[in-house]
Design a protein around this ligand. Structure first.
Ligand SMILES: [Fe+2]
Ligand SMILES: [Fe+2]
Length: 137
């Protein structure tokens, strides 16, 4: 696939995933604020963003591979968040006196370590099942 088109698909998927998550929060808010038709509208729209727009773009961009490939991809993503993104965001927030954000970035980073480790363990289990021995992730 053309590199620019593939990048555009990935950018679009980020937007669709963000819209899905945001609309789910909006639905939750609408439920609490007593507007009875709004939660359904937000959730119905969120489902289309996720199960149609995101999923169809993911298929074109070939995002989903074998379970082993998916675990490797997931480990790479979590590692980026741990080693680069949340590490740097926490340092920057700290430097700017944004204590709440700094603490949140550090906490989320800890969670991502758990995700990375669980994916790594699952990958090793799959590798052992496939080859009879573990390989380095
Ligand atoms: Fe959409
Ligand atoms: Fe994660």
């Amino acid at each position: 696939m053309n590199a620019q088109t593939r990048q555009n698909l990935i950018d679009a998927m980020h937007g669709e995933a963000y819209a899905f998550a945001k609309y789910m929060l909006f639905a939750e808010h609408a439920r609490r604020s007593g507007h009875p038709d709004l939660p359904d509208l937000f959730e119905k729209t969120a489902r289309v963003e996720h199960l149609e727009h995101f999923a169809e773009e993911a298929e074109l961009a070939d995002i989903v591979g074998s379970d082993v490939a998916n675990l490797r991809d997931a480990i790479k993503g979590e590692a980026y968040e741990i080693d680069t993104m949340y590490r740097e965001f926490a340092v920057q927030a700290e430097a700017e006196g944004e204590q709440a954000a700094a603490a949140r970035f550090r906490e989320v980073r800890d969670d991502e370590m758990g995700h990375r480790d669980a994916f790594t363990a699952a990958l090793q289990t799959l590798e052992v099942a496939r080859t009879g021995r573990a390989r380095r992730a």
